[in-house]
Design a protein around this ligand. Structure first.
Ligand SMILES: NC(=O)c1ccc[n+]([C@@H]2O[C@H](COP(=O)([O-])OP(=O)(O)OC[C@H]3O[C@@H](n4cnc5c(N)ncnc54)[C@H](O)[C@@H]3O)[C@@H](O)[C@H]2O)c1
Length: 284
């Protein structure tokens, strides 16, 4: 497929995880990718991978996207190179996890800056360039923890600031969809469940306690942890012309975690016990 031939796509957080996969996949479909990351070495590796794929991308590395001047530098670099931005994929985020009572003021502020401030700043400064684009659209990245109070196996209390900040991203997306409609800019959001990236190696207990991965898998209906490709596929759909009638939507990409209430697939023992109970004539 070549859905993005000649389209200018600005992607944040291209140094690792989902952002790296996004840079490679958009470039593979003909997009003119402009990426940004705080981590210059990681961003350089992504650039090399894209070149090894036989494609090109412009990488603006060493930018802190919580900083307004750096955001202006990034979107300015994209516009200088290509004269416009067609699509904005707000992927980058950084957070510090903790429960309500133990989250420090510094960690709370860091998380809100790293999660909610970045897509707002990017949208603010990309919009003038998006208005110069063709069929412009934005996708923001929230999380299932912005939708429900839980979000971890065992309801581990880690997501106080992160979940609240991701809820802000969902609402920001809806507000932007309304405010930018007159400019012809569609705005959607993605809420991933647990996605296997280096960022969540601790949550998956990689190499330390492999039961954690199994527990997470059991909580989904699909029966596995998500991959960066799962999320990027959804973002590509929302940023493509196939989604031209979709705006203000929050697409949950979680293997059915939210739909099952985090309880996963029907449990055979429980189902059998219920069937026996109902067969005995008890009421619902
Ligand atoms: N991995 C998951 O389980 C999961 C689940 C739900 C939502 N998400 C969201 O998906 C998105 C991508 O997550 P990921 O797992 O790929 O993360 P990641 O940590 O692997 O990648 C994020 C990238 O963003 C960059 N970045 C962070 N802060 C930055 C800043 N201030 N300026 C510039 N670059 C910055 C990092 O350097 C990193 O390269 C994030 O918004 C994250 O909150 C992830």
């Amino acid at each position: 497929m070549n859905r993005f031939a000649g389209r200018v796509v600005a992607i944040t957080g291209t140094g690792d995880g989902q952002g790296r996969v996004a840079a490679r996949r958009f470039a593979a479909e003909g997009a003119l990718v402009v990426g940004a990351d705080l981590d210059a070495a990681a961003a350089a590796l992504t650039e090399k991978l894209v070149r090894d794929d036989g494609r090109e991308m412009l990488s603006v590395a060493g930018v802190d996207l919580t900083d307004e001047a750096d955001v202006v530098r990034f979107v300015g670099a994209a516009a200088d190179r290509h004269g416009r931005i067609d699509l904005l994929y707000n992927n980058a985020a950084a957070a510090r996890l903790g429960d309500v009572t133990h989250t420090s003021e510094a960690d709370f502020d860091f998380t809100f800056r790293g999660v909610a401030r970045i897509p707002w700043l990017l949208t603010k400064h990309a919009v003038p360039h998006l208005r110069a684009g063709t069929d412009p659209a934005i996708v923001n990245t929230a999380s299932v923890s912005g939708i429900v109070g839980a979000g971890m196996v065992g309801n581990a209390p880690l997501l106080a600031a992160y979940g609240a900040a991701k809820a802000a991203v969902i609402r920001l997306s809806q507000i932007c969809a309304v405010e930018l409609a007159a400019s012809g800019i569609r705005v959607n959001c993605i809420s991933p469940g647990l996605i296997d990236t280096p960022a969540v190696a601790g949550i998956l207990g990689t190499g330390v306690d492999d039961r954690l991965r199994g527990w997470h898998e059991e909580q989904t209906l699909v029966g596995r942890i998500g991959t960066p490709d799962d999320v990027v596929s959804a973002a590509m759909f929302l940023l493509s012309s196939d989604a031209s009638y979709i705006t203000g939507h929050n697409l949950v990409v979680d293997g059915g975690w939210v739909a099952s209430g985090g309880a996963g697939r029907p449990h055979r023992d429980v189902v059998e016990a219920l069937e026996a109970s109902l067969a005995a004539g008890l009421r619902y």
